[in-house]
Design a protein around this ligand. Structure first.
Ligand SMILES: [Zn+2]
Length: 453
């Protein structure tokens, strides 16, 4: 007999109030974990290749190493992943296979996934249908639209004063080339013919040498410019986005970090990686704020900056985040902008802190389905990371810390421009940039770049 108790057959007590608060919270916590696994499973089913081999399925590991064997036998479902083997709970791979099997039953290859979760009653989640004509149009015109939008965006950069001696590459040319290179996902040398094409189309004054592009990417002065451009590129979607989600994820590099493990007396090594925290709009996946900190920086402390940056330009209604971001201060920061925080609580949490925290904790505890209805928007930030990594790779070519940060910021801006292109076809939005330029706001933003590149 399996240790796994299928979710559907589990019955909850008629009222949570008959249990002690501790029992009640533990129960909610397990439910929430299962819910999150289900969401992840749905994403795996949508983005990965699941192979059927007789009675079992092979599901690729999300960390990129090997595959897990999943047996969806309803009597004794099993998966070879550590999560299932150590905890005996239904893991994301089992959920993924369940979705894949439902999808196969359609037969016509249609991709509609209708999710039904049975807890005490049946909630039917909305089914999102892709607007295929708009999607096809956006994808087939993406590269040309990308260059035009990128050109417009770079025109807002104030040129640096001319230097003596060797003529300097203009800032707009340099930034355009850096972004377009990251968009192409090619090495700097192989990318040069794309750049010459861009010059023929009038998007570039001069074609920079490939080493200049790499040098620019390695320049710390570029970092604030790239961040400012991410914000600017999100503004055309100001009227569309009101609900936001926060999460973090890593981009790997080819550089190794080595250290001595004194306990076992061996040298260990690991790929260096960049940890990115971002906030995105849940409708279009546009990134409205990014923070890149040290790898071990706590998630909780990053949230206020992301919220404040976004709130400076957008009218916020909701912010959803997982339990890593749960803190009294984060609830207050979100509320200070007139928005409602939907942040999952940890099993050790109680409503004792009072104020908004307590209010949201009770909402979470006693109106769970309503709470989850808002909280599930958080999965859009995971999709955002998937989109960025699928299109522009989850790997960074650069070797230095500065270049690695700049390259990741470039990937995010490329993603934002793709979101704009999608919005042009799907929502009929005509993006314009630098609408409030000419004010001192603009000149102060770039005043500190005058140090020169
Ligand atoms: Zn598994």
């Amino acid at each position: 007999m399996s240790r796994l108790s299928p979710r559907r057959s589990r019955t909850l007590p008629p009222s949570h109030t008959q249990r002690s608060p501790r029992e009640c919270t533990n129960l909610l916590w397990t439910d929430l974990e299962l819910y999150e696994r289900e969401q992840r499973g749905m994403r795996i089913a949508a983005t990965c290749k699941l192979t059927r081999k007789g009675q079992v399925w092979l599901v690729p590991s999300q960390s990129g190493h090997g595959r897990y064997t999943v047996s969806p036998d309803p009597e004794a479902p099993h998966c070879s992943c550590p999560d299932h083997e150590t905890r005996g709970l239904k893991c994301k791979h089992l959920f993924a296979v369940e979705f894949a099997m439902k999808r196969e039953q359609h037969g016509d290859g249609s991709m509609t996934v209708t999710q039904t979760v049975t807890v005490t009653e049946t909630i039917k989640k909305p089914t999102y249908l892709q607007d295929w004509p708009a999607y096809n149009a956006a994808q087939t015109h993406e590269k040309e639209k990308f260059q035009a939008l990128l050109y417009d965006l770079c025109q807002g950069l104030e040129e640096l004063p001319p230097s003596k001696g060797h003529p300097r590459l203009s800032l707009s040319d340099a930034v355009f080339s850096a972004y377009f290179k990251v968009y192409s996902t090619m090495s700097a040398r192989r990318f040069m013919s794309d750049l010459r094409d861009a010059q023929v189309k009038g998007y570039l004054h001069t074609v920079p040498h490939f080493n200049s592009i790499l040098n620019y990417l390695d320049n710390p002065i570029l970092t604030p410019i790239l961040r400012a451009l991410i914000t600017e590129s999100s503004l055309p979607l100001k009227t569309v986005e009101a609900d936001f989600a926060v999460d973090s994820s890593g981009f790997t590099t080819s550089r190794f970090i080595r250290w001595v493990d004194h306990k076992y007396g061996v040298v260990r090594q690991q790929h260096a990686w960049v940890k990115v925290h971002l906030m995105c709009g849940v409708k279009t996946n546009v990134v409205t704020a990014v923070e890149i900190r040290e790898k071990d920086a706590s998630d909780t402390k990053v949230l206020p900056d992301l919220v404040n940056t976004t709130a400076a330009h957008f009218d916020m209604r909701e912010v959803s985040a997982d339990k890593g971001y749960s803190s009294v201060n984060n609830h207050e920061v979100i509320a200070s902008h007139g928005a409602t925080p939907y942040i999952a609580f940890k099993s050790i949490h109680s409503g004792a802190a009072g104020g908004l925290w307590e209010k949201m904790f009770h909402y979470f505890a006693f109106n769970r389905q309503e709470f989850l209805g808002h909280y599930h928007k958080r999965s859009n930030v995971e999709s955002t990371f998937c989109m960025i990594k699928a299109k522009f790779r989850d790997h960074v070519r650069s070797k230095t810390d500065v270049a690695m940060t700049n390259e990741v910021l470039c990937k995010i801006l490329c993603h934002n421009i793709c979101c704009l292109i999608q919005a042009m076809y799907e929502l009929g939005i005509e993006p314009t940039f630098w609408e409030n330029r000419g004010s001192e706001h603009q000149s102060s933003r770039f005043a500190h770049f005058q140090g020169g590149l």
